[in-house]
Design a binder for this molecule. Structure first.
Ligand code: GN1
Ligand code: MG
Length: 362
């Protein structure tokens, strides 16, 4: 059986069989595999969920169901039109589950493709402002999610103390024999370790709360329509309790980088303060629920998520590239260095980032 026939068989676990079907690879996620499916007059996204990383797929899908159901209801109450373009819609499998497990043990899900949507890897301050409104609104809509906290789809996901523990274990194990050649990076990480464990300390002191966060607010996880208006926020695998600094920071890490996440040309990589300002403005207009500690540390969140991503890419490099998909040998080291360059640019511009947030919140 060809790969495509296998994929068709999987799609038919969710929708009625048809000969009028086309399946193509979609997007550039680092974890799951995605495909665009056109069947009769409908379009879908089929995804193979990486269950090595998301170990409890039923709970994961249940989170997404809870989140999308709640958002749908909020949009409905607001009198929104075209709701199916403004929130993801999962398709149940014929079995009644919200996923399908194939004979090789792979997990799959299907959802509707949002018609006429596009995403960007590079944006401008105006679009950043709209993205800020969108992620602020997302957190706001989920603030009263019924049914208690969401399941933690990846335990300790954005917990810097835990990420550093993993990093130190990997240095010790040196599985891929890459420690000797990367001593300089290890030192740069250790030099900043204490500074970046601040959120966990603030949380223990009761000053920094956990709220329902997206936890993967990459710029390309926002869908825009033909006129560059935001349609909706996608990639809901990691929606779970976390610090708002994560969501603020991960957008800046990706959307306000003048270069690419894995740029080999480090001269291209720096923080764009106009995009930072655009996003902060939009976000603060919606996120009216933040406390003083959260507001004081938003700019820090940008540095934190960049540092965290540097540590995560580098840990995976030391482990021999077992977590992230890579396109070439050494890709994770290239990513590490690009994140480190971005971090240094943010360190140089930290006072300016803080001043922007202060100006906008007053
Ligand atoms: C992964 O698969 P993708 O690209 O949406 C990762 C994020 C990282 C990101 C780095 C579950 O997201 O946490 O920030 O790569 N997702 C998971 O680009 O680890
Ligand atoms: Mg993701």
């Amino acid at each position: 059986m060809s790969e495509i026939d296998r994929l068709k068989d999987i799609v038919f676990q969710f929708i009625p069989e048809t000969n009028d079907i086309e399946i193509k690879p979609l997007g550039a996620g680092h974890i799951n595999d995605s495909f665009k499916v056109s069947a009769d007059d409908k379009e879908f996204v089929l995804q193979r969920i990486n269950h090595g990383i998301f170990k409890n797929v039923p709970e994961l899908q249940n989170n997404i169901l809870r989140v999308t159901t709640h958002i749908r209801q909020k949009l409905d109450e607001k009198g929104e039109t075209e709701i199916n373009r403004k929130v993801l819609t999962l398709v149940p499998a014929k079995s009644g589950d919200w996923f399908y497990k194939d004979l090789s043990g792979n997990y799959w899900r299907l959802m509707y493709f949002i018609a006429g949507s596009k995403s960007y890897d590079n944006i401008n301050p105006q679009l950043a402002y709209r993205a800020g409104l969108a992620f602020g609104d997302f957190q706001k809509m989920l603030a009263d999610l019924p049914g208690g906290p969401l399941f933690e789809t990846i335990p300790h996901f954005h917990d810097m103390e835990s990420r550093l523990e993993d990093f130190r274990k990997s240095v010790k194990a040196d599985a891929a024999k890459r420690v000797a050649e990367t001593g300089e990076i290890i030192k740069e990480i250790e030099d900043r370790a204490e500074e970046f464990c601040l959120p966990e300390r603030l949380h223990r002191e009761g000053k920094l709360p956990k709220r329902t966060n997206h936890c993967d607010t990459k710029v390309n996880n926002i869908l825009f329509d033909e006129n560059d208006n935001v349609l909706c926020v996608v990639d809901l695998d990691t929606v779970m309790p976390g610090y708002v600094l994560s969501d603020f920071g991960d957008f800046i890490r990706t959307g306000a980088n003048t270069g690419d996440e894995d740029d080999k040309d480090l001269a291209r990589v720096s923080v764009d303060l106009d995009i930072f300002e655009g996003y902060a403005k939009g976000y603060l207009e919606k996120a009216t629920f933040l406390n003083e500690t959260e507001l004081d540390n938003l700019a820090f969140g940008a540095k934190l998520l960049t540092y965290m991503q540097m540590v995560r890419f580098f840990t995976d490099y030391l482990d021999g590239d077992t977590y992230y998909k890579t396109e070439y040998p050494g890709h994770n080291l290239v990513r590490t260095k690009a994140q480190f360059k971005l971090l240094r640019s943010m360190e140089e511009n930290f006072d300016k980032m803080r001043a922007i947030v202060s100006k906008l919140r007053s």
